[in-house]
Unconditional design. Sequence first.
Length: 120
Amino acid sequence: MAGRERQVGSAWESPAGPRRPAGDSGSHFSIPREGEPAAIDALAHRHRLSILRALVQSDVPLSVPQLRVRVSGPATVLEHLGTLRSAGFVEMVGQGRASKWRVVPGSLDKAAALIASDPQ
């Protein structure tokens, strides 16, 4: 995997996004006003929406290969998961080959509130 990572400043970033510090589950969801377009953009792509739908419909976290099968497999599932992760909608559980993805609890409720809120 080291071949797919790149250095950004003093941190290493994988195709799924920047690494989290040890112990950070990433289970928080907070979109500041300037982040709203990113959250909406994350939901606007049909493949990302399909990936999110597959995760919502699953009773258990899913691996990237499982997601490729369920969403008629774009090869860029990992890239789309990174975008959804950056927007706070999904999180990775486990590490390495055992890693799987799930929806961050409460993230869709907060996204609905974001969409319904007055932009002023």
